[in-house]
Write a protein that binds this ligand. Structure first.
Ligand SMILES: Cc1ncc(COP(=O)(O)O)c(C=O)c1O
Length: 357
């Protein structure tokens, strides 16, 4: 793998053998039925042709699963694909990102030679909030055209911007701005999710909803068909591979798909507060939020020692030092099943009490 220096990227994902709290998704793991469809599609040899013909089925299934018109969506190679494409497609001269946030925006801005501006979420005690004025200020000063990116819920803080905040933001953005609301984790939060509309682009992630990050499938949706067409024109010919397209087109029609996501979201809702309480008792500050992960602050033992201490105990968490606006005292932990969460709390408690040994 090339060492790309400035362009190197930091993402979650545990080394083999460790319990992975670093890449959040549905805590129930991948559904058995989906795996059966993957095996079935592979046995049929769908990989021996380009996936084009499968997209008709995929469009239908995604449309009925998400409740979006087929004409207003496009399947992607994960939500991440749209984040990388957006500045190119829109020929943006600047990006405004609500930070801290997931994404390779810094690398993108550098390689495209465009402006990157940041509007930081505001910390209020143990939670975060967005001051729309901050984004508008950056957007007003930024060269146009402009892409504005916000994740909802936000990764890594867990802050879920109410739809009224998105409405306010959208209505005040300068002309020649496109607002992208990255709802990669919305299925696992209390929501509600946005519906396709003219004034913004929504991103959704099936990899998060079904805990299958290796089966790359995301969705871009908007009622602005001119904009949708631009994205479609810029996509590579086959953004989703044949096996993923085949398996998801079949599985998403299955009532069990919806149930899996709903049960995962319920588990997050019940476990998140319990995990946060445990982490606070263990000596960390745990931030409020509505996502399948919790951001914590651990001043007593900072990263990389904090992460190393957990690795010694068989656990891998996301060191948040690489997120803009955060430092070595912050980490993000996924919400998993109760016994796993208990194991994390015990390990955090030991690391904070005795150091990384
Ligand atoms: C906020 C956010 N958006 C998008 C993605 C990428 O999702 P996908 O796997 O669908 O590309 C991630 C991955 O962690 C994320 O955290």
């Amino acid at each position: 793998m090339p060492d790309v220096g400035l362009l190197s990227r930091t993402h979650g994902g545990a080394p083999p053998g460790l319990l992975d709290f670093s890449s959040p998704s549905n805590p129930l793991g991948p559904p058995a039925d989906l795996i059966s469809y993957v095996l079935g599609c592979a046995a049929e040899g769908v990989y021996s042709s380009y996936p084009t013909w499968l997209y008709r089925d995929l469009y239908e299934s995604l449309s009925s699963f998400l409740g979006f018109d087929q004409e207003q969506l496009v399947p992607l190679n994960g939500a991440a694909e749209a984040l990388s494409l957006a500045p190119l497609v829109l020929q943006a001269r600047s990006l405004v990102v609500v930070e801290p946030n997931f994404g390779d925006h810094e690398a993108m801005a550098r390689v495209l030679g465009i402006d990157l501006r940041r509007a930081l979420l505001t910390r209020e005690g143990s939670s975060f909030t967005l001051d729309v004025d901050d984004v508008i200020k950056e957007a007003s000063q930024a060269p146009k055209p402009l892409v504005v990116i916000i994740s909802r819920p936000n990764n890594p803080t867990g802050y879920l911007a109410p739809i009224s905040v998105i409405d306010d933001l959208s209505s005040r953005l300068p002309r020649d701005s496109i607002l992208i609301v990255d709802e990669a984790f919305i299925d696992l939060s209390p929501g509600p999710a946005l519906r396709p509309r003219e004034d913004l682009v929504i991103l959704r992630s099936l990899t998060k909803a079904f805990s299958t990050p290796g089966l790359r499938l995301g969705v871009l949706a908007t009622a602005n068909l001119r904009l949708l067409e631009k994205f479609v024109s810029a996509l590579q010919a086959w953004p989703v591979d044949s096996i993923t397209a085949c398996a998801f087109s079949r599985f998403l029609r299955d009532e069990r798909a919806r149930r899996h996501v709903e049960e995962g979201a319920r588990l997050v809702q019940s476990e998140r507060p319990r995990l946060s309480r445990g982490l606070r008792k263990a000596g960390a500050e745990a931030y409020e939020g509505e996502a399948p992960f919790v951001m914590i602050r651990h001043d007593a033992v900072q990263n990389p020692l904090f992460q190393q201490g957990l690795v010694k105990r068989g656990i891998y968490v996301r060191d948040c030092s690489s997120f803009y606006g955060l430092g070595p005292s912050f980490s993000r932990v996924s919400v998993r099943k109760p016994p796993e969460n208990d194991r994390l709390v015990r390990a955090v408690s030991e690391v904070l009490a005795y150091g990384p040994r």
